[in-house]
Design a protein around this ligand. Structure first.
Ligand SMILES: Nc1ncnc2c1ncn2[C@@H]1O[C@H](COP(=O)(O)OP(=O)(O)O)[C@@H](O)[C@H]1O
Ligand SMILES: [Mg+2]
Length: 139
């Protein structure tokens, strides 16, 4: 059923829970995993150097989260690769899922943004609507 599971990672607890659910499914289905953190770029056109700078900043922010997640996957013998890409989180997850033929995208209900007035976060909403495969929103 699932061969490659993509998890949207940010620094939120919800994303951590999403990873745990994805890992459990991956173990049961014998699937491999990709944990992807997208680093949002500034709205204005960024130069190649600026993109790389933003990406490096992003790597620093997410490194401890991804390291912990990868260690969990190793303990369960589930192959898991971490990715940090520049771009809009939802768009990056959707494009990655399409290009890398992922069967399932797992995201948390909310992310790390302080705006809690909507039921679903903007990333989870968009991924649910536009991903090319199944989507699981973890509460
Ligand atoms: N930058 C990101 N890169 C990858 N996945 C993300 C990113 N931001 C959010 N996500 C995923 O989307 C889920 C919901 O976050 P989001 O929709 O951004 O909510 P909020 O609006 O509260 O920030 C997170 O739990 C995470 O799984
Ligand atoms: Mg967010």
């Amino acid at each position: 059923m699932f061969k490659r599971i993509l998890v949207g990672m940010d620094t939120s607890e919800a994303a951590g829970r999403a990873f745990d659910v994805a890992l459990d499914l991956a173990e049961k289905y014998g699937a491999e995993m990709r944990a992807l953190f997208a680093v949002a770029l500034p709205e204005y056109g960024a130069t190649v150097g600026e993109v790389e700078e933003v990406r490096n900043e992003g790597r620093k922010i997410i490194a401890p989260v991804l390291e912990q997640a990868m260690a969990k996957a190793r303990r369960k013998n589930v192959p898991c690769e971490a990715r940090v890409y520049p771009g809009h989180p939802a768009e990056t997850l959707i494009n990655y899922a399409a290009q890398e033929q992922c069967d399932l995208v797992v995201v948390g209900r909310r992310g790390s943004s302080p705006a809690k007035r909507f039921l679903l976060g903007s990333v989870s909403t968009r991924v649910t609507q536009y991903a090319p495969c199944h989507v699981l929103v973890v509460k």
